[in-house]
Write a protein that binds this ligand. Structure first.
Ligand code: B12
Ligand code: SF4
Length: 524
């Protein structure tokens, strides 16, 4: 059978990183089937196009995965595929919580023939077998023989053949620059960000988050060896094609078990498996100097920190009191000292927020080493404790907000300001962090740093700007480049100057991860 796995586009960020679930389910498909992957972020399609595709390609089963914000598009695509006579199975966090909606059992129309609840690593092979026999069940739940929920172990973990997969659509180097950069001495013909998971689960249970409910509070890890082998495979691929690969460790909290994270990082270093990497780690776990040393030595470049608010009352309200705003600056300085930068994520519209919250937040952000601040609105995702609390209090203004998804729009009334005021705060946060002046200041704040680090921060800021001010068209990129021409010119001059220096002294400019001077054993 030919199977299509499809991920709808998010309408914002195009193809910055593939979705792991598709590659994972492809690797877990029983032999004898051909699995095609389409990520709508890389290959945008509408309903007519996908229906045509499944007919032309003789597809026998389509699997669709989606977050809540993309589910309306996912349903439209599923409807078109089913109308073309091909069965659809849906999975992922949204339909796990809203299976009745996907199956039309809530009085609405039906979008999926079957729904895979929760983690589908173990149910997917059965789904494929049932689809071949034309006997798809409506619900596939990961349960043991006694009918009790069962979380799949990550040991063993399927080998994803990253060395053989076609990743052309995920090259972040603009086509125009390929010929130029291919011959550049630092191998920049391609640049890809690849998702890798080393573990699943987070026990913290923040009120707005799906993760603790979905993955459970039992944390599971892959073996160090399996993660290291995956990195080596990716590194070899990058080397072979004269490009760069960075890894996004998509674990919800990469250092949730510090001892184990240190042991993994030491093994990465010992195996010389370093690539540049990004990971999500909560601020409380970054107090450990040795951990941060190992992060730096193993290739860690950007750490995503869910700071959420600079107000401890807000943090306590959403069960995230373990975040201590008083220590944010110290944590970020600890990272910056090792040339590691932070993606600091904030939520506006929390219950203790009042007008002016964005400026109060930015006043603090400006005192920190430059990183990438990002801003969102408190969003009641289905089945989260936040959703239940707001529903019980009658505060949901759009209880099924995903049916008519509008980016950056609240679905409930905050306590101490209006919805419109919350939207204005969000706008203020983005506008004042990503204006040409703010970008120039971020680069200037790193004047004593290597030009490579400043280019890194600048490019990352340009890309992150696109989350709020989508830059899907060439013309919007061009406008941003013109607006930031002074900063670009400055970095360019400096880069050329360093590049023209003799190779020995220029070798530090390499974006390749240098062999660290931290031993694989310990780092006191
Ligand atoms: C990586 C990631 C991202 C990446 C996404 C890009 C990418 N290419 O991956 C980035 C950083 C951009 C991102 C952003 C956001 N994210 Co995010 N993200 C994640 C994260 C950390 C990992 C996803 C992942 O790969 N997991 C590992 C795989 C194996 O798990 P999985 O995708 O769930 O797939 C398993 C099952 O769900 C199932 N499955 C999934 N799909 C399908 C399909 C079929 C057919 C079948 C059978 C089974 C199946 O089988 C898989 C194997 O068991 C998750 C949290 C998490 N741990 O999953 C949050 C998560 C998915 N994100 C979430 C959110 C809310 C967001 C944002 C909206 C945050 C924000 N406020 O801005 C943005 C929106 C992005 C956008 N523009 O659309 C929520 C989604 C909740 C929901 N109900 O939708 C999650 C669950 C985290 C949370 N805090 O609750 N995210
Ligand atoms: S620490 Fe992060 S992943 Fe864990 S529950 Fe809180 S928001 Fe979710």
């Amino acid at each position: 059978m030919r199977i299509l796995l499809y991920n709808p586009d998010n309408g914002v960020t195009r193809n910055f990183m593939p979705h792991l679930w598709m590659f994972l389910l492809q690797a877990l498909t029983p032999p004898g089937h051909e699995v095609l992957l389409i990520d709508g972020n890389a290959k945008p399609m509408d309903e007519a196009q996908i229906a045509q595709f499944v007919r032309d390609q003789n597809i026998g089963l389509v699997g669709i995965g989606a977050m809540t914000r993309m589910v309306a598009k996912a349903y439209r695509m599923a409807d078109a595929i089913r109308a073309a006579g091909v069965p659809v199975v849906m999975g992922g966090p949204h339909v796990t919580e809203e299976a009745d909606e996907a199956l039309g059992r809530d009085g609405g129309s039906r979008h999926a023939d079957a729904v895979a609840l929760g983690e589908a690593d173990e149910t997917w092979p059965q789904i494929v077998k049932d689809a071949v026999r034309g006997e798809l069940k409506e619900i596939y739940a990961p349960v043991d023989g006694m009918g009790k929920e069962r979380k799949p172990s990550l040991n063993p973990y399927p080998a994803i053949p990253w060395d053989k997969l076609d990743l052309r659509q995920f090259n972040l180097v603009p086509k125009l620059l390929h010929p130029l950069l291919k011959n550049f001495r630092e191998n920049w013909g391609t640049f890809r960000i690849v998702p890798v998971e080393s573990g699943r689960g987070c026990p913290y249970g923040c009120e707005f988050c799906t993760v603790t409910g979905f993955f459970g509070d039992s944390i599971r890890f892959r073996t160090n060896e399996s993660v290291v082998n995956e990195l080596l495979l990716l590194k070899a691929r990058a080397c072979k094609e004269g490009g760069q690969i960075a890894v996004f460790f998509i674990d919800d909290n990469f250092a949730i078990n510090i001892k184990r994270t240190k042991s993994l990082l030491r093994d990465i270093i010992a195996a010389k498996a370093q690539v540049f990497w990004v990971a999500q780690i909560s601020a409380n776990l970054l107090r450990d100097e040795e951990l941060v040393d190992l992060i730096a030595a193993s290739g860690g470049k950007w750490i995503f920190i869910g700071m959420e608010s600079v107000d401890p009352v807000n943090l306590k309200d959403v069960n995230k009191g373990f975040n201590k705003p008083g220590e944010y600056a110290t944590v970020l300085e600890r990272l910056a000292k090792r040339n590691i930068y932070a993606i600091t994520s904030f939520i506006f519209g929390m219950d203790n927020d009042t007008p002016g919250v964005a400026e109060r937040t930015l006043q603090q952000v400006r005192t920190w080493p430059p990183g990438l601040p990002i801003f969102g609105l408190l969003t009641p995702l289905p089945a989260t404790p936040l959703y239940k609390r707001l529903e019980a209090a009658g505060r949901l203004t759009r209880p099924r907000h995903w049916k008519d998804f509008v980016p950056f729009t609240m679905a409930h009334t905050p306590l101490k300001m209006t919805i419109e005021e919350a939207h204005a705060e969000l706008n203020y946060g983005w506008a004042h962090s990503y204006s040409p002046e703010a970008l120039a200041q971020a680069v200037a704040a790193l004047d004593d740093q290597h030009v490579g680090d400043r280019v890194n921060v600048f490019l990352a800021r340009l890309c992150f700007r696109g989350i709020y001010f989508p830059m899907l068209r060439k013309s919007s990129w061009l406008r941003v480049i013109i607006e930031n021409r002074r900063t670009i010119l400055r970095l360019f001059k400096e880069g050329v100057f360093r590049w023209m220096r003799p190779r020995n002294s220029a070798s530090q400019d390499s974006f390749d991860v240098a062999t660290p001077n931290v031993s694989g054993e310990a780092n006191a």
